[in-house]
Design a protein around this ligand. Structure first.
Ligand code: RET
Length: 260
């Protein structure tokens, strides 16, 4: 059992901190003066939040040791059983804020600008609320799984979390994608590209979780921390830059751009 942060983990966590901070800066620079600046704002905060949570982990403040001791009284005496594991809880604080922001970034590519009317607004809030609600539940139940010491409890939470993940995917591949298709070829192409990239990257998270120390422990915590850093940088900085440049290019090429 690994209970202290190794130097390999520490190095990767500092790489994550620096990478996210530079990413936040790059998004501000690349998105400077763009229309639909909300895309720059959400992408910036995704990286800024992650930079802070990586800093927390790099400084050794983002993990806890979960332990449980049970005592059993038997005719032969007292038996003690102690189980414990290290959990990087900071990841879940990061994800619970950044994944909704990433989804808002994706979904607002597809939604057409509001032309007024309360009904339209309510309908849109229903869709966005459903996506964010399922996403937050996915992260929260994933945290419950990570904190579980009992493996049955852990797998129950994993399955529940995967259920919410599938709900998010169903919404962004179903109704939101259909809306994007109605907005013209250019919008649909950008949405479909971002959707495909997001889906592939997001699938890596549950796979890594189940292979890593939260799940089966097939890969070491050192490997897990390294791979999570690389995927996190791609899913936040890489995705944010693609979104901001894609929107910038699109609004530059169309004469009649309205603000969403
Ligand atoms: C967990 C727990 C196990 C089941 C599932 C999970 C999904 C996590 C996802 C995380 C995405 C994070 C991103 C972060 C920022 O870039 C919580 C690992 C389904 C999809 C994109």
């Amino acid at each position: 059992m690994e209970t202290i942060m190794t130097s390999s983990q520490e190095t990767w966590l500092w790489i994550g901190t620096a990478g996210m901070a530079l990413g936040a800066l790059a998004i501000q620079v690349v998105g400077h003066g763009m229309k639909e600046s909300h895309h720059r704002v959400t992408s910036f905060f995704v990286c800024a939040i992650a930079a802070c949570l990586y800093l927390l982990m790099a400084q050794g403040q983002g993990d806890i040791i979960v332990s449980k001791a049970s005592l059993a009284l038997t005719p032969l005496g007292v038996g003690a059983d102690i189980s414990a594991k290290l959990v990087y809880f900071a990841r879940y604080i990061d994800w619970v804020f950044t994944t909704p922001l990433l989804l808002i970034g994706l979904v607002t590519v597809a939604l057409k600008p509001l032309t007024g009317g309360g009904e339209q607004t309510r309908e849109r809030l229903g869709l966005i609320g459903g996506i964010i609600g399922a996403d937050v539940m996915m992260i929260l139940t994933g945290l419950f799984g990570a904190l579980s010491l009992d493996s049955t409890h852990k797998y129950v939470w994993f399955i529940v979390s995967c259920g919410f993940f599938l709900a998010v995917l169903a919404l962004i591949w179903g109704p939101v994608r259909a809306t994007a298709a109605e907005q013209g070829a250019e919008t649909a192409a950008l949405y479909n590209k971002l959707l495909a990239i997001l889906t592939v990257l997001w699938f890596i998270y549950p796979i890594l979780w189940i292979l890593g120390t939260e799940g089966t422990g097939a890969i070491s915590l050192n490997t897990e921390v390294a791979v999570f850093t690389i995927i996190d940088l791609t899913a936040k900085v890489g995705f944010g830059l693609l979104l901001v440049t894609g929107i910038k290019k699109m609004s530059g090429s169309s004469a009649a751009t309205t603000n969403a």
